[in-house]
Ligand binder design. Structure first.
Ligand SMILES: Cc1cc2nc3c(=O)[nH]c(=O)nc-3n(C[C@H](O)[C@H](O)[C@H](O)COP(=O)(O)OP(=O)(O)OC[C@H]3O[C@@H](n4cnc5c(N)ncnc54)[C@H](O)[C@@H]3O)c2cc1C
Length: 426
């Protein structure tokens, strides 16, 4: 039997492990190596930060689920990859051999790039992990007791913007509900060249729609912002002109600041010779295979995708659920072909579907494919987005609890819109 090891049990890792089990359990032995014993549905973290979910509602103990489905599991993380001997060294000191390695290790959060950023060594909040979101909820409760200015946004080099929009609009809704909105000036500070760019060069009329929402909800914004430092109660940043020169240097006070960081690759992955780009993201071909190692595949936030366009302050391209599930399905099909001694031929469609909740309503963006020019370039808004977002959460937890290979994002979002995850062959 061939041995397939999956690194990381996040959105990408569980998808690939369950699909491998469903389609290839007769021919492969599957093991997942994760850091910790929990699966966290990351898209629900903004709700934890604002108190509409608890930590327990957005994580699942993953060991019994893998046990039940006869998938090997180790929670001590991958510390070293030896590509010559196809061997991993784990956090508990043990070693594992692999025939195929599927890397789904998500992002390492690069808060260290901006002094004072981040909830562990700095002053700002984050929603990127569930434990960050729990801390952010405590900060939100302090804000309710002592209202004052709020800053939300992203740091230079960030690639994930949807959750910042979702957080700021949901926060605004929560403050209005509590009738303290009048005591909380909110400013959105972003490296994007315009509101609604989202690392995607905009989607449909996302600029118009987002600006409209911000105006309607009294949220000020500052674009082309390069945050340089946070102190306990102040953010310093430069606003950059199109030619890269500094237009102005500014400082803004805050009681609460939530900023999404730039992402890098997980250290154990980033240090493998020739595997990654300088940021530590895995360089892959169109079949999700590592350029330097044909037996290594990668999916999710850990893969290298070039920025869509140059911007005055660098921003990256996002990797979202629909795209990730399309990558993991392509990987399973290509491992299957390789085992049958056929060439790998399955390509993911790499489209983006973003839903941004706004408390009781929301906005949706669909980019097919993600990189322009696109066949579909659509934005929508309404209460249905809020309910669809809850639908994704419930459906994804159902997938994980039952160990199925359900392509949740395709089923909920794409079937309706007539787009599939995988490219037609030939
Ligand atoms: C706050 C937030 C909200 C988002 N909301 C949405 C949304 O609504 N819709 C959408 O489509 N997308 C959303 N995304 C984008 C994306 O879908 C998620 O980031 C998703 O979780 C990425 O999946 P992943 O498997 O690549 O990484 P992750 O889910 O982060 O999983 C990676 C896992 O690998 C583990 N790992 C790392 N290094 C190692 C190692 N060396 N050994 C073993 N394990 C390791 C990590 O601990 C982690 O658990 C959101 C992103 C964020 C940050």
């Amino acid at each position: 039997m061939s041995k397939v090891i999956v690194v990381g049990a996040g959105l990408g890792g569980v998808s690939v492990a369950f699909e491998l089990r469903e389609k290839l359990s007769a021919t492969v032995d599957i093991e997942v190596i994760h850091e910790g014993n929990e699966f966290n549905f990351v898209p629900s973290n903004p709700w934890v930060a604002l108190g509409s979910r608890t930590r327990e509602q957005v994580v699942l103990p993953i060991t019994p689920i893998f046990d039940k489905h006869h998938i090997g599991f180790n929670s001590s993380g991958v510390k070293r990859i030896d590509t010559v001997h196809k061997q991993l060294t784990l956090g508990d000191g043990s070693q594992k051999d692999y025939d195929f390695l599927v890397i789904c290790s998500g992002p390492k959060l690069a808060f260290e790039q901006v002094p004072g950023a981040g909830p562990e060594h700095g002053y700002t909040q984050s929603i990127c992990t569930v434990d960050h979101a729990v801390k952010a909820h405590q900060a939100f409760q302090r804000l309710i007791e002592d209202p004052g200015p709020v800053l939300v946004g992203a740091l230079p080099g960030a690639s994930c913007f949807g959750p910042a929009y979702e957080y700021v609009l949901s926060l605004e809704y929560e403050l209005r509900k509590r009738k303290i909105r009048d005591r909380v000036p909110i400013t959105f500070v972003t490296p994007e060249p315009y509101i609604g760019h989202m690392g995607l060069g905009g989607v449909g009329d996302s600029k118009g729609l987002m600006e409209h929402q911000f105006r309607e909800h009294g949220i000020k914004w500052i674009c082309n912002a390069k945050v340089t430092e946070f102190t306990q109660d102040k953010a310093s940043f430069e606003v950059i002109n199109d030619d890269g020169s500094i237009k102005s240097q500014q400082q803004l006070p805050y009681h609460l600041a939530m900023f999404l960081p730039a992402f890098k690759g997980s250290p154990a992955i980033a240090e493998v010779p020739d595997l990654c780009n300088p940021k530590g993201f895995v360089k892959i071909d169109k079949y999700q295979r590592a350029l330097a190692y044909p037996e290594i595949y990668a999916a999710g936030v850990c893969v290298a995708i070039a920025p869509i366009e140059e911007t005055p302050v660098p921003v990256g391209a996002p990797k979202t659920g629909l795209m990730i599930e399309s990558m993991t399905s392509a990987i399973v099909a290509n491992i299957q072909s390789t085992l049958a001694e056929q060439p790998a031929t399955t390509e993911p469609t790499l489209s983006a579907l973003c839903l941004a909740d706004m408390g009781n309503t929301g906005m949706a963006f669909l980019a097919v494919p993600q990189n322009p020019p696109r066949n579909q370039n659509w934005t929508g808004s309404g209460r249905w987005v809020h309910w669809a977002k809850i639908g994704f959460e419930k459906y994804f937890f159902h997938k994980v609890k039952h160990g199925t290979s359900e392509p949740v994002y395709e089923r909920v979002g794409m079937r309706m819109l007539g787009v599939s995850r995988l490219k037609p062959k030939g």
